[in-house]
Design a protein around this ligand. Structure first.
Ligand code: HEM
Length: 285
């Protein structure tokens, strides 16, 4: 049970890494509360709070999915102990998100339920929330032992939940899906890494095609979305990726993040080869 304490590592020692991530996880809720108190959430504070909590729910969900690739790609063993905290944080922000929605509906739960049943984007958000809750509840060591091999299979549902959450995000975004496309591109990177051959998952060279593939996926999703929903010519949307005058488009950001990751992974390997970061030391650091 010691290992499950929020700021202790599996050996039961205080972990600065876990403490920092816990502070990071809580900080967004604290900032939201402070902004609420200071009347700094704009003309529709509850709607703004719904958006902030929804965004952090999906971001923490993707961060929890990034743990396994981070361990392999960056040779960073200790990151694994953050997975549960990141996943539970995602579920907590998603729970707060629903509560804020119910508050916005003056706690008329019957109305909340009928809206969830009738509006497609709320229905898929609800299914994602149910899934996140199930994963958070069963994330403990006890449930892991009880479920045995089934635990891993159950927790693979996190990928499906992420797809639902991203779809929910995109549908409610209406005119501008930039944020949702960016996260969808990063999610595509995670999925492509997952389906790589096991022996390639720790290699450096696949990171470049992965970055290109994820960026291409983001650009296809964006162009497809605007073509279907707004009847915009996909070529126009694609060509916008080459025009940086209004800042990089989401696909370009995905490429930048993917290549940066490849750079960091390469640097860590180079330092290890030079002896600055012996393999074991990297794992212990
Ligand atoms: C019963 C479950 C849920 C309900 C009732 C719900 C409801 C809502 C509502 C009302 C909005 C704002 C729509 C608007 O302003 O027009 C929203 C946005 C959003 N929701 Fe949910 N949601 C649910 C579950 C989830 C889950 C599980 C996630 C993520 C894991 C999520 C992520 C988001 C995101 C990212 C946004 C957009 C934030 C932004 O645009 O800045 N939601 N949701």
């Amino acid at each position: 049970m010691r290992a499950t304490a929020p700021v202790r590592d599996p050996a039961g020692r205080f972990s600065w890494l876990k403490a920092a991530v816990l502070v990071f996880a809580l900080s967004h809720a604290v900032v939201l509360l402070l902004r609420w108190q200071a009347h700094d959430l704009g003309p529709r504070p509850i709607t703004e709070a719904i958006h902030v909590t929804g965004l952090w729910a999906v971001r923490f969900l993707l961060l929890s999915l990034a743990v396994t690739p981070a361990r392999a790609v960056l040779d960073w063993g200790r990151v694994v102990m953050l997975r549960r905290m990141l996943g539970v944080t995602a579920a907590c922000y998603a729970g707060a998100h629903l509560m804020l929605y119910a508050l916005d509906q003056q706690w008329h739960w019957l109305h909340v339920a009928s809206e969830i049943a009738l509006r497609f984007y709320l229905t898929i958000g609800f299914v994602a929330l149910l899934g996140l809750t199930a994963l958070a509840v069963t994330s403990t060591d006890g449930w892991q032992r009880r479920l045995g091999a089934r635990w891993k299979r159950l927790h693979r549902l996190a990928y499906g939940i992420a797809v639902l959450a991203l779809f929910h995000y995109a549908i409610q975004s209406k005119a501008d899906v930039t944020g949702a496309v960016l996260l969808a591109g990063l999610f595509a990177w995670l999925m492509y890494w997952r389906v790589l051959k096991r022996r390639w998952q720790q290699k450096l060279w696949p990171l470049v095609p992965l970055a290109l593939g994820a960026a291409a996926t983001a650009s296809v999703i964006e162009a497809g979305w605007y073509a279907v929903r707004n009847h915009v010519d996909p070529l126009l949307v694609w060509s916008a990726n080459l025009d940086l005058s209004y800042g990089p488009r989401p696909a370009v950001w995905v490429l930048i993040v993917g290549l940066l990751l490849a750079g960091v992974a390469g640097l860590r390997r180079w330092r290890r080869r030079r002896g600055a970061l012996p393999r074991g030391a990297v794992r212990r650091a």
